[in-house]
Design a protein around this ligand. Structure first.
Ligand SMILES: [Ca+2]
Length: 137
């Protein structure tokens, strides 16, 4: 009987401990981490064309004033958003080059590429024989 009570108490304590751990974890996850704030700051800066206007180049806001975690987020955010904005008019059917989606409908003569990789719906019809290579030369 005594042993059963002890086992029950240990079990109860374990459940309390685990639920506290989970609660603590959730509370932490709901706050933005230094990495996340860095990431969103980096993403914002990627959209600002004049480096002087970027957050990171403001007085007392440079890399020396941030944690390594923030800067790691900043770098990734900047890189990711810089790529997104430069690729926003590139059709995903032509992943190796940047060709805008129609309109206008382009022909191979209109683009400076040969033997381009084609995937997906090929809106320009560069790959008529559907072998994954467009504008063969
Ligand atoms: Ca082809």
């Amino acid at each position: 009987m005594m042993r059963l009570i002890v086992v029950s108490m240990v079990t109860a304590l374990a459940i309390i401990f685990i639920s506290q751990q989970m609660g603590g974890f959730n509370a932490y996850a709901s706050e933005s981490s230094p990495y996340d704030s860095g990431y969103s700051q980096g993403c914002d800066d990627a959209g600002i064309s004049d480096p002087d206007d970027r957050y990171i180049n403001q007085p007392e806001k440079g890399p020396a004033f941030h944690t390594e975690e923030f800067m790691s987020g900043y770098d990734n955010g900047f890189e990711s958003c810089a790529q997104d904005s430069s690729n926003e008019n590139c059709d995903s059917s032509y992943p190796d080059v940047c060709i805008a989606s129609p309109p206008p409908d382009l022909n191979c003569d209109d683009v400076p590429y040969k033997n381009i990789k084609v995937q997906g719906n090929d809106p320009h019809g560069f790959d008529r024989d559907s072998d994954g290579i467009g504008c063969e030369s």
